[in-house]
Design a protein around this ligand. Structure first.
Ligand SMILES: *Cc1c(COP(=O)(O)O)cnc(C)c1O
Length: 460
């Protein structure tokens, strides 16, 4: 079988004036352009299979070895297998602890990467794949606007990757002191631009740069969160934790704190590859459009989204819903319009979704600490509370694995309020306040940005 091709989730939309993209692209193209020409999301035309025997053979492997095995199935024919192993080893050089709560219920801690967020897992691999697949004799220049956390995850991920330069724009007055420190001190091939303006201004400046024909020689690209290169690495920890905590023949319940559904999509892809998953719990905060859909069969996006303490999950229309609909035979576009409904019964049999209020989130943080001495931050607590609800409604089940997506030390005020102490910083962030680095300061002025980019890239 040849390399896997990628098609657009919008390819079947019939609407006057709309030009669906009916073709397919290679993994490399999908990675570089991020989004299909018709604004759909790229999907693999087949999902490779992993046999029971191969799965059993993986037991006892280290994280980067599991990553290599799984990603190689998808990238076979696109990237040399030995080289992929080297990239996996480089990307996954930190711990992936699985903490026991009680019986056979576990917390999978995805908070030990350089920015203490689960986004490190995807961003670090995507950065290396881009580095490996880009044109050899031309630098790739990545431009991102950030309001805080995504920028540092992306910046840290690309740090030291050969032939790629990263420029991160952030609003000078809208990031916290610690976020600013994290951004300004990445260094090497990552430049931070502190903009005298708002997050929207940063986004506009980036948009103008992408549209500017004068800059077309600069090979500018984005590191979009809907990139298929960020989805594939998010399968690996489901396999890894399954291998660590299950016996042969068992199936697992996973609970995933969800916003744009990229993380839970990694679980769905894993299940379709052959990982024995009996249910995927997609736990959301008060943005309850998806659980409402699973209950009623009618989808209605939330606009605007509701502000909750699990702020990275304040999403009123999850971008990766288009991929879930696609996998179950439906089509929804990025505006939230449903063109064809998926097979609801099938979806209900594999997926469970529940909305967890801020109050329930806080209660969960307190009770899991008091009962089991486990510290969770608000996102992970939504996942845990969702799992408890599921088990309460459906009867006990084990093993169960609930994901923690950020380190509690990133939420010191909230934790202090609820538990009475500030959690210790993780290893990767211990020295953050002492790091040195200064941003380039720019006005909210496109000409300034343009001149800066031209000057700094012409000297490369
Ligand atoms: C991004 C994020 C999420 C949501 O993940 P999705 O893939 O968008 O569903 C959850 N928790 C944290 C801490 C995040 O940063």
């Amino acid at each position: 079988m040849g390399a896997i091709k990628y098609y657009s989730t919008n390819r079947n939309i019939i609407e006057s004036g709309f030009k669906p993209f009916k073709g397919t692209v290679s993994f490399k193209e999908a990675l570089m352009i991020g989004q299909a020409p018709d604004a759909g999301l790229f999907m693999p035309e087949r999902i490779p299979n992993i046999s029971k025997g191969d799965l059993e053979d993986l037991r006892g492997n280290r994280y980067f070895e599991v990553a290599h095995f799984i990603l190689d199935k998808f990238l076979y024919g696109d990237i040399d297998s030995d080289y992929l192993l080297k990239l996996c080893k480089e990307a996954y050089n930190f711990k992936v602890p699985i903490e026991k709560v009680n019986d056979r219920k576990y917390i999978l801690r995805l908070d030990q990467g350089p920015t203490a967020s689960f986004k490190d897992f995807a961003a670090r691999m995507m950065a290396r794949l881009m580095g490996a697949l880009k044109d050899e004799n031309k630098d790739l220049n990545i431009l991102v606007a950030t309001s805080g956390d995504t920028g540092s995850a992306v910046g840290e991920a690309f740090k030291g990757v050969n032939g790629i330069n990263v420029f991160i724009l952030y609003p000078e007055k809208e990031v916290s002191g610690r976020q600013k420190k994290q951004l300004d001190t990445i260094g090497e091939n990552v430049t931070t631009l502190s903009i005298n303006g708002k997050f929207d201004d940063c986004q506009n400046l980036v948009k103008m740069a992408f549209q500017d024909k004068d800059l077309s020689d600069l090979n500018l690209t984005s590191a979009n969160s809907i990139n298929i290169g960020r989805i594939l690495p998010q399968m690996v920890y489901y396999f890894y934790s399954y291998l660590e905590k299950s016996e042969e023949g068992e199936s697992v319940v996973f609970s995933v704190p969800s916003g744009n559904f990229g993380n839970s999509l990694g679980c769905e892809f894993s299940r379709r590859m052959g990982l024995p998953v009996s249910k995927i719990i997609m736990a959301v905060n008060e943005n309850d459009e998806f659980p409402n859909y699973l209950n009623s069969g009618k989808y209605q996006k939330l606009s605007p989204s509701k502000p909750c303490i699990s702020s990275a999950m304040n999403v009123g229309h999850p971008s990766n819903l288009a991929r879930f609909f696609e996998l179950y035979g439906g089509t929804v576009d990025k505006s939230g319009k449903v063109h064809k409904y998926p097979d609801l019964k099938k979806m209900q049999s594999k997926l469970f979704s529940i909305a967890i209020s801020d109050q329930m989130t806080k209660d969960a943080i307190k009770s899991i600490y008091e009962k089991h001495n486990v510290i969770l931050e608000p996102h992970g607590a939504v996942g845990w509370a969702g799992l408890e609800k599921y088990l309460h409604e459906n009867g006990d089940y084990s093993p169960c694995i609930s994901l923690e997506t950020a380190h509690p030390a990133k939420f010191p005020e909230e934790i202090k309020l609820l538990l009475g102490f500030e959690p210790e910083l993780p290893e990767s962030m211990k020295d953050v306040d002492k790091r040195q680095g200064e941003p380039i300061r720019l006005e909210n002025d496109y000409i300034q940005l343009k001149n800066f980019l031209i000057c700094s890239l012409e000297n490369k």
